[in-house]
Design a binder for this molecule. Structure first.
Ligand SMILES: [Fe+2]
Ligand SMILES: [Fe+2]
Length: 511
């Protein structure tokens, strides 16, 4: 029972993804044979083998049980030299199945060495079993054994590189979609560096071996926007980095590798270039370079994406403001009424405890509060005198009309605009219109815009009235606490009256 659990856990982790190629240590070779003599001879022949600067490290198993135990503990074994006839005639063959299927190790190279080929005929075994070579012990001279081992190591190494690339690509695909979620260059910078670090670190033991930064131009000088490793928390770039950046610019290349360094230049919307620099404490090998290049080719599109979405957002904001101003002009509400309502609303939203993002949303959506007035005819809308009861009923429909304009939109801003248009004439005591909502049943966007709209309307000249004196407006707001207005918002309004006044002063009003 316990064994099963442990096994399941291991499978969930990286076991099935295969071992990682470790550049620092040895080639692990497992000798499986029930004759001690075979172990001795093999070790003697291969004892001082060195391939690609790595020595061999030997493991010895004398039974099926030993073998599985060792392979389980060492998923990065490169080669198994496997005897066939041990406890039973087919022990070796059973072991192959167990290693491939039960342990899920598809990477280790298995070389069958048998003294009794009759028990496991070569043709059948090589076809039916997932092995890499079949040798009869008699034909395996020391030179041949050596050649077999080198060939197997080479193929193991290639498999590992391919697998690492495969895993790297999978990470890049994941990283690319994550990168697309980013909307600010700053947080994108950290994410890019982290992803690059992960890719390069596959072959390393420790994370500290990678440093890097994303830098942008500031007054003709590159300054670090975000950094990791040695560059973490720094602003100035070092001489070596400056030299490499210059080299890239002089040669008009967008990215290159140089002795453990990677430099990438990415175009920003303003035409400037941002720099990504990665420094590794080793030469970046071909596989590193391949993966970095792929990831970085995505980065430019991510940059473009960020700038495009910023452009769209800005355009959206501008359109909304302009629409709000159109309504304002048509109602003769000159003098930046919607701009001030937007600013007051954001301030109250923040002080009320809403997030910066939500406060910004209210700011952008609040200019739409009277958008429904496009559906009201000019005579009623611009009537200088007092409205009749019937005329007022017509004016009241602007809340519902405004709501209908935006209600089916899935855009955040327009959804907020729908709420604000609908509820900005609801009263806290439940006697407002169009739905007579009461207290907290009125959306906070509606409660905020109700207060800021009324405040600014009283503070401005309109066709039907002059602006009220400021003190009278304040008295009115106080007197409507808990009636027209949310009492908490009235408190917040007075607690922040100085900031309200600043906004009021910063937009010149037409009196
Ligand atoms: Fe209104
Ligand atoms: Fe208004």
């Amino acid at each position: 029972m316990d064994d099963e659990l442990i096994f399941a856990d291991e499978n969930e982790n990286s076991e099935n993804l295969g071992p990682r190629l470790n550049f620092e240590d040895t080639w692990k070779i497992l000798i499986v044979d029930d004759e001690q003599e075979v172990h001795n001879v093999t070790k003697m022949v291969l004892g001082d083998l060195v391939y690609k600067n790595k020595k061999a490290e030997f493991f010895h198993a004398y039974s099926a049980e030993d073998t599985l135990e060792i392979v389980k503990k060492n998923p990065d074994i490169a080669i198994i030299l496997l005897d066939v006839v041990m406890e039973e005639d087919n022990t070796g063959l059973r072991l192959i199945k167990a290693i491939r299927e039960e342990l899920g190790n598809k990477f280790v190279r298995i070389v069958i060495r048998t003294g009794q080929p009759g028990e496991a005929p070569e043709k059948k075994v090589i076809v039916d079993y997932d092995i890499n070579d079949y040798k009869e012990k008699t034909e395996l001279t020391s030179q041949k054994l050596f050649s077999t081992i080198i060939a197997s190591l080479r193929s193991f190494e290639n498999i590992m590189i391919l697998d690492r690339n495969r895993q790297g690509l999978a990470k890049i695909i994941q990283a690319s979609s994550q990168l697309l979620e980013f909307h600010s260059i700053n947080s994108l910078g950290i994410e890019i560096l982290t992803q690059l670090q992960k890719l390069i670190n596959e072959g390393f033991q420790k994370n500290e071996l990678i440093s890097g930064f994303v830098a942008g131009l500031e007054k003709d000088k590159y300054k670090i926007i975000s950094g990791i490793g040695d560059y973490s928390g720094k602003i100035e770039i070092d001489d070596k980095a400056a030299e490499l950046i210059q080299l890239a610019k002089n040669n008009y290349v967008n990215h290159f590798f140089k002795k453990g360094y990677y430099i990438g230049l990415f175009r920003t919307l303003s035409g400037e270039k941002n720099i990504i620099l990665i420094r590794a404490e080793k030469d970046l090998d071909q596989s590193d370079q391949y993966l970095i290049e792929i990831l970085c080719s995505h980065i430019q599109s991510v940059y473009d994406n960020i700038y495009l979405s910023r452009e769209i957002e800005d355009t959206q904001k501008e359109i909304l403001f302009t629409l709000g101003e159109v309504v304002e002009t048509r109602s003769n509400e000159t003098g930046y009424h919607v701009k001030r309502v937007a600013e007051y609303s954001k301030l109250l939203a923040l002080k009320y405890g809403l997030s910066e993002a939500e406060a910004e949303l209210i700011k952008q959506a609040s200019p739409m509060h009277d958008i429904g007035k496009v559906g009201i005819n000019d005579e009623i809308l611009n009537k200088p005198g007092e409205l009749t009861k019937a005329e007022f009923e017509v004016i009241k429909t602007h809340a519902k009309i405004g709501y209908d304009i935006f209600k089916s939109s899935n855009r955040k801003i327009l959804k907020a605009a729908a709420i604000i248009a609908h509820q900005h004439h609801e009263r806290y005591d439940g006697t407002g219109y169009p739905n007579g909502l009461k207290g907290e049943n009125i959306h906070i966007y509606g409660r905020i815009t109700c207060l800021t709209d009324v405040f600014d309307a009283l503070d401005s000249n309109r066709v039907y009235k002059k602006a009220w004196p400021f003190d009278r407006i304040l008295d009115y707001i106080k007197s409507e606490k808990g009636k027209l207005f949310d009492p908490r918002l009235v408190d917040i309004f007075f607690e922040n009256i100085e900031e309200i006044k600043k906004i009021r002063e910063s937009y010149s009003r037409a009196y």
